[in-house]
Write a protein that binds this ligand. Structure first.
Ligand SMILES: Cc1cc2nc3c(=O)[nH]c(=O)nc-3n(C[C@H](O)[C@H](O)[C@H](O)COP(=O)(O)OP(=O)(O)OC[C@H]3O[C@@H](n4cnc5c(N)ncnc54)[C@H](O)[C@@H]3O)c2cc1C
Length: 203
């Protein structure tokens, strides 16, 4: 495109996962024109969503073609969710090589599609606490994050109020309470387990 015709955007967002998606939402709501670049294709529910297929409908009965997994996704397959039902949401390792020091192996789990790893996300929406952000001060390993839970708290509030997170207020320092929708009810088995844990351990 000639430069005279080129459209100028206010912001460029690279990647359409949860992070890029949220940033694009915030910027466009403020009136900015945003260009989003995404390296992967869109996913088509009728074709790509195969989590609910019965094992007997799959050639390897849900265990997957292990030879092909080892060949194409030797690293991704180490993630529990990269299986016969969901491997399409993970990259082909041969096509996305990376390196790491031999003594510091790093398992880089990646998705390449519009929506990124929201396709793998298991729907647990916990908050981190200063046990994570200030972990180095607790155990001496690595570095503290440059912000604290208190700094992040209003942003947690904002995102949770938008997406809707169900849960119960427990007041635990290691797992700060979210802005909750009403909690889902416990199953009979969970209720029994809760009673026993409360009685035996006082938790
Ligand atoms: C199996 C599994 C279960 C999980 N369950 C949970 C859970 O229950 N709770 C929780 O909080 N978290 C969970 N997570 C983690 C969570 O899903 C991720 O942290 C989150 O989705 C990451 O979002 P992101 O936008 O930062 O990155 P991604 O979702 O990885 O998005 C990055 C995007 O950028 C694109 N991209 C990369 N490079 C380029 C480029 N050069 N140009 C253009 N586009 C590019 C990619 O294609 C991708 O779409 C889970 C992760 C996995 C794998």
């Amino acid at each position: 495109m000639k430069s005279a015709q080129a459209k100028v955007y206010d912001a460029l967002v690279v990647g359409s996962g949860a992070s890029g998606g949220w940033i694009a939402k915030e910027l466009t709501e403020k009136g900015m024109e945003v260009l989003m670049l995404e390296a992967g294709p869109p996913r088509v529910p009728a074709r790509d969503f195969t989590e609910h297929i019965w094992p007997y409908q799959l050639r390897y009965r849900g265990f997957g073609n292990q030879k092909k997994l080892l060949q194409d996704q030797p690293l991704q397959r180490l993630c529990y969710a990269c299986d016969d039902y969901s491997r399409q949401f993970f990259v082909n390792d041969a096509e996305h090589p990376y390196t790491f020091p031999a003594d510091k192996p790093f398992m880089w789990i990646r998705g390449r599609q519009i929506g990124g790893k929201t396709f793998c996300w298991a729907r647990v929406s916990y908050r981190y606490s200063d046990f994570e952000f200030k972990a180095a001060s607790h155990d001496g390993y690595g570095q503290d994050w440059p912000f604290s839970y208190e700094d992040l708290e209003p942003y947690y509030d904002k995102v949770e109020s938008y997406i809707g997170v169900s849960g119960s207020y427990e007041g635990l320092p290691q797992l700060p309470d979210s802005k909750f929708l009403p909690p889902m009810r416990l199953s009979c088995g969970e209720l029994v387990a809760k009673e026993i844990v409360e009685k035996k351990f006082g938790w």
